[in-house]
Design a protein around this ligand. Structure first.
Ligand code: GDP
Length: 295
């Protein structure tokens, strides 16, 4: 309720500000896993394990196709992983440098993970969501496709380095293939490549080129499905099953479990943080249930 006696325009503005604040609060609440754990079980599962939540809507036969339990950490492990991504005086999370060529990349001994994907797939938003507990880190989120023309290196304390690769596809820099190909082929401390696919449109031609590159270099990579808040459940399930089928039948190096995420609702973000903490050797979870990773 706004105070009586205010001019209608002022009242409208105040109401709008209040609504915006509420939306903001709703969107930022789930940055920490403690907030997720306070939710009713069903909502908590949806945010923490979005693939499991989707699987519930399938027939028992179709359910077997989704490998939801390959990386299946406990809630405690997910909570623990959060400390890796939380900036403190002792855990400095910061942008390090950018490079257009591999020989300009910082020479770091830490394990490294990189994020690749088409322009506009939601890469900056995802990295921003992963780093939400390190608000000082600046990750540019552009409205213009193709703004990331360099490899951007972020240091996550003593734990690992995260590399934001330039977006491919529309208006990609000409030397993209050279830059990315050389990096993927030659970066010695690269532990895992996260290949982002827009869950609204599924695997596109340019994604296939990137997948081909990962396969050719026998890289261990993981498919992350972005923007899952944007589609209806039916559409999302269809995409997930299609992509899962593709991963099972057409790929060798791709981790069989897909990671659906939303940078708006934070769905899947905590699980992904835990996975990254685990594969970079910074958290010993019992998360890998049925299959060993092919590193
Ligand atoms: P990039 O070019 O891959 O870095 O993509 P951006 O992170 O800049 O995102 C491209 C557009 O998609 C922006 O308008 C974002 O706000 C939007 N976007 C990114 N992630 C999500 C998401 O999880 N949900 C929704 N609804 N929109 C998203």
């Amino acid at each position: 309720m706004t105070a009586p006696g205010l001019r209608p325009i002022t009242r409208k503005l105040l109401e709008l500000t209040g609504a915006l604040r509420r939306v903001n609060r709703a969107c930022s609440t789930f940055q920490t896993f403690a907030e997720v754990l306070r939710l009713p079980k069903r909502q908590m599962t949806k945010l923490a394990f979005p693939l499991q939540e989707l699987q519930r809507h399938l027939t028992p036969d179709a359910r077997l196709d989704l490998h939801v339990k390959i990386f299946d950490p406990s809630l405690e492990d997910i909570s623990k992983a959060e400390s890796v991504f939380t900036a403190t005086g002792r855990n400095r999370i910061e942008y390090l440098s950018s490079a257009v060529r591999l020989d300009h990349a910082p020479d770091l001994a830490h394990p490294e993970v990189c994020f690749i994907g088409r322009s506009n797939v939601g890469k900056s938003s995802l990295i921003k969501a992963l780093f939400a507990l390190a608000p000082e880190v600046e990750v540019r989120v552009s409205k213009k496709p193709g703004h990331t023309k360099k490899m951007n290196f972020f240091k996550v304390g003593k734990y690992f380095t995260l590399v934001d690769m330039p977006g491919y596809g529309y208006r990609a820099p000409e030397d993209f293939v050279d830059m990315v190909e050389t990096y993927l082929k030659e970066r010695r401390n690269l532990m895992r490549t996260f290949l982002l696919v827009d869950s609204v449109v599924g695997i596109q031609k340019t994604d296939s080129i990137a997948i081909g590159m990962c396969e050719e270099f026998s890289l261990p990579y993981v498919m992350v499905l972005t923007k899952i808040d944007k589609s209806s459940k039916g559409h999302l399930l269809k995409q997930v099953l299609q992509i899962q089928k593709f991963v099972d039948s057409e790929t060798q190096g791709c981790f069989p479990q897909l990671f659906p995420v939303s940078s708006v609702t934070y769905s899947g973000i905590h699980l992904l943080r835990c996975f990254i903490a685990d594969i970079t050797g910074n958290l010993k979870t019992d998360g890998f249930g049925q299959l060993e990773l092919n590193t």
